[in-house]
Write a protein that binds this ligand. Structure first.
Ligand code: GAL
Length: 363
């Protein structure tokens, strides 16, 4: 949602130029080449992210090289090295594997090229200047809360719901090589843990540890297979009532497995993230229960403003988190945006009235 708070925030960011970073010479920003690498085109959100950043930076007079790594680490390494060789003045990177880029990041540092980690933290390197993302722990909290709401254990106003359970649920996490996955899972478990401990929620597969429930590269087909396996081995005589899913691509894979095993109409509560078109349609059709909307337009704008400051050798103003994103070597100063929980009750207000989707797209 393009909230008025966000508009004010952007105005403040634009107005405040920030202090020149100590010891650096001021460089003109005009026409600078910015290298942008996104993980994949297999998820529509990254296409939107890439296009939004490109448009934003070009409107500020920069040149942009936008690359998609198609979930292939060596590919992303090559793309970044190529951008360095072509004289990029700044790199904006949404990584495939957050820990796999230490070598190209060192080469960027050697060439005095600053780096912004986009949405996914770059880990294991000193050579990451800033990080723009969403409140990732809160995403997980919202996913778990919506699972509880869907099951009737919680009301939308956060009061205790009429249902008592016990309910069978299964847990999915994102890719283990993505720092965000841990934040989403920990956020969700902070809400679900008491319900699991007192038996209101039961994970019949027994798979509750992060490592046991991750989904490599966030792949929907991998999730479908795991759900299929769980349904055929564990749920022959009982039903699953809810699935914690961290991402829409995974949710659709889970829903396919459920359909293949005789579920529906009337599906278990399945959560998600990213408000991807297919999932929003599924929510409207009463299949997927919820998603978490992260306005990629806002993330692109904030990142472009950050880029502008960095290109002028200034510290980006309004960094709002200087503590939580330790990448194993250093704490990366971050700017965090707010996610919004979306289900059938509010999708129109949040997604259509904000202009993210048109009614036509959702038909
Ligand atoms: C995460 C991102 C999520 C989702 C996921 C799969 O890093 O924060 O919003 O897009 O990747 O692409």
């Amino acid at each position: 949602m393009r909230s008025s708070k966000f508009v004010v925030l952007v105005a403040v960011l634009v107005a405040a130029c920030g202090a020149p970073a100590a010891g650096r010479q001021s460089r003109p920003a005009d026409g600078a080449l910015v290298g942008v690498t996104m993980p994949t085109t297999s998820s529509e959100r990254w296409i939107r992210d890439g296009e939004n950043i490109k448009r934003d930076l070009e409107s500020r007079g920069h040149r942009v090289d936008l690359q998609f790594a198609q979930n292939d680490v060596p590919n992303q390494v090559r793309q970044i090295e190529d951008q360095i060789a072509r004289g990029a003045k700044l790199l904006i990177i949404a990584s495939v594997d957050g820990s796999a880029l230490t070598a190209p990041l060192q080469r960027a540092a050697d060439a005095r090229i600053p780096v912004i980690a986009y949405d996914r933290l770059l880990r294991g390197s000193q050579n990451v200047d800033y990080y723009s993302t969403f409140e990732n722990f809160r995403v997980g909290v919202y996913q778990a809360e919506s699972l509880l709401t869907g099951l009737g254990l919680r009301n939308a106003d956060a009061s205790r719901g009429a249902a008592t359970g016990p309910f069978n649920v299964e847990l999915f996490a994102g890719s283990a090589d993505d720092n965000n996955s841990v934040f989403f899972f920990n956020g969700a478990m902070s809400v679900l843990r008491p319900y699991l401990d007192d038996g209101t929620l039961v994970v019949r597969s027994g798979q509750t540890e992060f490592q046991a429930v991750t989904t490599l590269r966030w792949d929907g087909e991998t999730a479908r297979k795991r759900m299929e396996e769980i349904l055929t081995t564990t749920y022959r005589r009982s039903k699953v009532n809810g699935v914690l899913s961290p991402y829409d691509g995974i949710s659709l894979g889970v829903l396919t497995a459920l359909k293949d095993n005789g579920y529906g109409p009337g599906f278990p509560i399945v959560t998600g993230q990213d408000a991807e078109l297919g999932s929003v349609k599924s929510i409207i059709a009463g299949q997927q229960y919820s998603t978490i909307y992260k306005d990629t337009r806002e993330l692109a704008t904030v990142t472009a403003l950050m880029a502008e400051a960095v290109l002028k050798d200034r510290t980006p103003p309004q960094l709002n988190n200087l503590n939580d994103y330790h990448n194993g070597v250093k704490v990366v100063p971050a700017f965090l945006l707010n996610p919004v929980s979306v289900d059938r009750t509010n999708y129109h207000r949040v997604l259509v009235e904000s202009g993210y989707y048109t009614d036509d797209q959702l038909r």
